[in-house]
Design a protein. Structure first.
Length: 94
């Protein structure tokens, strides 16, 4: 049962992420990709971004707020913790 729930969460998050990536303006998506590639921001084990150089705090906060909303909704729907949803997401992108 646990693995089935985990797979469902992973599929839901993948769809949500793809949907939000499509909804982002191309320039914003490219900016996030560039920040990741340069090492200025990184992904954490709990599914959130971290600002590694202190210059992208506003961008990181905005994206993390959106992710937190997605995780919270999914956690409520699945009856699991927000942290569990974030960890599943982190596994998908790492």
């Amino acid at each position: 049962m646990f693995l089935a729930r985990r797979r469902f969460i992973a599929r839901f998050l993948a769809a949500a992420i793809i949907g939000s990536a499509v909804a982002l303006p191309l320039a914003a998506q490219n900016k996030l990709d560039d920040l990741r590639a340069s090492g200025a921001v990184g992904e954490t084990y709990d599914g959130f971004l971290v600002d590694r150089n202190g210059k992208n705090a506003a961008t990181v906060e905005k994206i993390n707020d959106k992710r937190r909303d997605i995780y919270r909704k999914q956690a409520k729907a699945e009856g699991v913790s927000l942290e569990a949803v974030g960890q599943v997401y982190a596994e998908q992108i790492m």
